[in-house]
Structure formats: C-alpha cells, structure tokens
Design a protein around this ligand. Sequence first.
Ligand SMILES: [Zn+2]
Ligand SMILES: [Zn+2]
Length: 309
Amino acid sequence: MVEGLPLLGLGYGVWLFLREGIRALDVGLLVGMYLLTMTGIELGFHRYYAHRTFETTRTVRTLLLVLGSMAGQGSAMLWSAVHRWHHAHTDVPGDLHSPTLGRQGLWQRVRGFFWSQFLWYLDSPAVATFSRFLQLHRADPEAVLAAAEQTQEHRLVRTIPDLLRDELLLRLNQRYGLWVLLGLALPTLVGGLVTGSWEGAWRGLVWGGFVRFSLVQQASFAINSVTHTIGTQPLASRDDSRNNAVMAVLTLGAGWHNNHHTFPGSAFTNFRWWQVDASGLMIRLLERLGLAWDVRRPSPDAIAARVRP
Ligand SMILES: [Zn+2]
Ligand SMILES: [Zn+2]
C-alpha cells in the first residue's frame, strides 16, 4: 500500500493539472527538487556510495546522503547493496530486477519490462526487511559480515562491508525517514513562503513533493528496465545493458548504462564527446574546487579494448 503512494500522488498531480493547469512556481519546484534528488541518487548513492568512484569531504558526503535519501528509494545502505548485487549478477540468476533474465519471446519480454519498471521491489522480501535487519545487527557489524548464513539479507550485507564500517554513514542512515520527510517539507515550505498562502504550500507539496517523488522513482527504475532493453551496445559489457540518450538526460548520466556496466568503477559514464553526463560534469567541478579527489577514470586504451568489433 505504502509503495503505491507515490503513484497516487502522481495521479493527483495529473488531475490537478487537467483541472487548474500548472503555474511557474509549481514547475520551478518540480524541476528544482527533481534535479536535487536525482543528483543525490546518481552522484551520491550511485557513483559515491555504491561504486566509490571518487573521494570527497564529510560535508559533501553528508549532503549527498541527505539528497539521495530525500528521493525515497530506500536508504543509502539498501540502495548500494541492491545495486552492487545487480553488478555482480547482471541479467543472470540472482539479479533482483533484470527485465530480460529467463524471458523468451515478445510477450514474456514485455512482462519482464513492466515487472522491472514497477514491481520488482515488491517481489523481493529482502528489500522490505533489509533496514530492520541492519537495525538488528547495528551493534556488531563485524559479526553479521562474518556470519555464514545464506539468507538474501546476509548476501546483500556482504556486498557493503565498507559502508557498514563508515560511522558517519551509519549515523546519517539511521535518520532515513527524516530525510524523506525533509524532501516533502522543503517544497511545501518554499511554496507557502513565496505565495504567502496555505494553497501555495499545498501545491508545493504536490509538485515538488509527490509528483517529483514519482518521476524520480520512475526514471531511476527505468535504468533497470529501459536501459537493459532499449538502446545501443557499443562496448562489450557481457550483459544486456544499453546506452540510451533520453535516459541519460533524465537520470543525469546513468543512461549511458552500457558504458557504465563495462566500467562500473569509473566516475564518468560518457566515453564520446557527444555523450552528456551531467553527474560527471559535477564531479569534474568538485575536483576543480578541491572537493573531490582520487577520481577514477578508465584509460583511453582500456576503453578502446572493450569496443565491440
Ligand atoms: Zn544495470
Ligand atoms: Zn552501477
């Protein structure tokens, strides 16, 4: 039920749009909050926490954690564990959200696509119980890492030993629910203050909160469905990942997914001059400002060696 709330919010936004149209402030809050939280997901959860493609300061790490959590796609621990598991089992048995695994023929592929876009996380009990599991073992992370149990929660937790030993992350991760609420409160507050009305606050919540929440969630899930189904495969990545320019724009760079699966440790996903990678640009900017270092990038020779003949 709770999982359906974002889509309910999106539906309400569409109804409001048809009834009253959309105002400049609504668009501003929707786009502004989309960019902030998508940056939290792609730059923060994906390239920093899940893949550690660069190093940065405590302040930037905190900011990225809060922004990513505001997207409401699960805590950084859960998100990173599921994602590292995906890289270790891409489109093979064990992948929690592959649209293509075991699907033969058009009808099965279409079903796989929709399952991967909308339903996979309801199908995985470990996703629902992982936060409680972490909470239970919070006092002794080393014991849970060393445990030989083969439950999905144990398998997921073994993908994130570095994150479990990160004190700052553990503390911030504890407040996950608060950061999600902050993501809803922020546009509500701005909407209310700018218009000086309760109606403005409500519209801020709808457009910058609910509708934004759904759109960011669907764009992120489309990386699992669309970019493992539709697009080009210029690099030999040994899975079904694709490069998709539309998804790259919507996800601030994650859509160059064939590039990413071939070089998951790279801070950048664009290997051609025309491939726009907004998160990569932000990492370059942080590097220039001295706020990011140890930025990982593959050599031109390594990329050339993986180009499909
Ligand atoms: Zn993938
Ligand atoms: Zn990845």
